[in-house]
Design a protein around this ligand. Structure first.
Ligand SMILES: Cc1cc2nc3c(=O)[nH]c(=O)nc-3n(C[C@H](O)[C@H](O)[C@H](O)COP(=O)(O)O)c2cc1C
Length: 423
């Protein structure tokens, strides 16, 4: 790397090694990543890309209904879109540097889980938004932001490795067949699939999906196993559960899932009947981690609002990954240890949403989540009355937000305080 103080960005980043592309279980086991939870309507492409700029290493799509997805092209187009650059690239320090991914891989082939269209020779700076034809599966944006770069050009410590983030598609399904079909269809575009066993809504329960699976351990086992059989053992299959007031039920579910070969387990520390206003039960998560007994890595979820909460979750439960939902909606830079949404994250969100496209109600809702704590009562009323994306942008520009000049660079993430810079 050049030491010239006047070096351009291109020169500074010229000698970076190729990032490691690790399967999610390995990323979790070795690097203690931060995770964006699946969020119906909210964890769509622009928001996933935004959080990935701020030390969110694994992102999830919203829950997708597997039956619709596997049956109808129209569902595939409306439920899922991705891009060549939504997954970030990070300097990550392995928890145990003697077991770093690069050292344990010496002499072995590095697993590459890239999209078939990812051709390094292609023009990654082209600003084309590429909508695949009617025979194709999904909306695939090509090269809007070019290659992703890590927040700093220099290795923050001698053990840090350059690692690419993961994207997981979450499905809800009442049967193994639709889950397997959906997994196969989406597989070229993601690093794995997750089965929703936690949606508490009545309609979902009545359809036999979400929480309805919490007490159907044999069905969950069958579903995971069939995905494994179709997709192979290198493919990531995880489940996201809620804890059960009857710990025996949690234990049986986990044992069945392990037997079927889950790659990792995500645990939301609330029961089916607990609202999210109830505090997360860290003891419940710890119990689930104990049952897993190190067979696969776990991710803990619930009430992550600050970076201190991230540390507490790891320390008190033994999980490797920490998953946030409402905390990231309120502050997408939470994992980069910002205490509230920085203005550059708002700028990036506007830039990403206008480039990828996001319907106004969602655009408006995200901005409200991010800015609510800054607004006075009057400002809230004004903001809620705005009825188009351009009106919302004008209003924010009137409050001094300059979003256009920062478009399409990695400047924002570099301002985040590095979370894993030291051993
Ligand atoms: C708007 C919203 C949408 C959600 N959608 C999903 C979903 O699609 N799949 C899922 O497993 N959980 C979903 N959840 C639950 C979250 O993933 C998470 O488990 C829950 O909010 C607890 O985390 P938190 O305390 O950090 O918010 C959703 C939660 C919210 C607030």
């Amino acid at each position: 790397m050049t030491h010239d103080p006047d070096a351009s960005e291109a020169q500074l980043y010229a000698d970076l090694p190729e990032p490691l592309v690790l399967p999610p279980s390995e990323l979790l086991a070795n690097h203690e990543p931060n995770v964006l939870a699946p969020l119906v309507r909210c964890s769509k492409l622009p928001f996933r890309h935004l959080t990935s700029l701020y030390e969110t290493h694994i992102t999830h799509t919203p829950m997708i209904l597997a039956e619709e997805f596997s049956r109808a092209q129209v569902a595939r187009v409306s439920d899922f879109s991705t891009s060549t650059s939504e997954r970030g690239v990070y300097w990550m320090t392995p928890c145990d540097s003697s077991n770093s991914s690069s050292s344990s891989r010496k002499g072995k082939e590095v697993i590459r889980l890239t999209h078939p269209d990812d051709d390094p020779k292609s023009d990654s700076n082209s600003n084309l938004t590429h909508q695949r034809g009617s025979d194709d599966l999904i909306t695939y944006h090509n090269g809007i932001y070019g290659d992703r770069l890590p927040p700093t050009p220099t290795r923050p410590n001698p053990h840090a490795e350059l690692v690419r983030g993961n994207l997981i598609a979450q499905f809800a399904s009442p049967t193994a067949k639709s889950l397997v079909d959906a997994a196969e269809l989406i597989s070229p575009y993601v690093d794995g699939i997750d089965l929703n066993c936690g949606c508490p809504q009545r309609w979902a329960y009545n359809e036999g999906i979400g929480c309805a699976l919490l007490r159907k351990p044999e069905l969950v086992r069958d579903m995971v196993r069939q995905v494994r059989d179709r997709m192979g053992w290198g493919w990531s299959v995880s489940i996201k559960i809620r804890i059960d007031p009857d710990q025996k039920q949690t234990e049986t579910l986990i044992r069945n899932a392990l037997q079927a070969g889950i790659s990792y387990l995500s645990i939301h520390g609330r029961t089916r009947h607990q609202p999210s206003t109830d505090p997360v039960n860290l003891e419940g998560i710890k119990f689930a981690v104990k049952i897993v007994n190190g067979e696969v890595p776990c991710t803990g979820n619930g009430d992550i609002w600050t970076y201190d909460d991230v540390l507490t979750m790891r320390e008190k439960t033994g999980v490797k990954g920490v998953m946030a939902a409402r905390g990231l909606l309120a502050n997408p830079a939470l994992f980069a240890s910002y205490s509230s949404t920085p203005s550059h994250a708002v700028s990036q969100f506007i830039s990403l949403s206008t480039s990828y496209g996001l319907i106004f109600p969602l655009f408006h809702r995200h901005l409200a989540y991010m800015l609510e704590s800054d607004f006075s009562r009057n400002e809230k009323v004004w903001f809620n009355c705005l009825s188009s994306s351009s009106a919302a942008i004008d209003w924010l520009e009137g409050r001094g937000l300059d979003w256009k000049s920062k478009r399409g660079t990695v400047w924002d993430a570099r301002q985040g305080r590095g979370v894993m810079t030291a051993l």
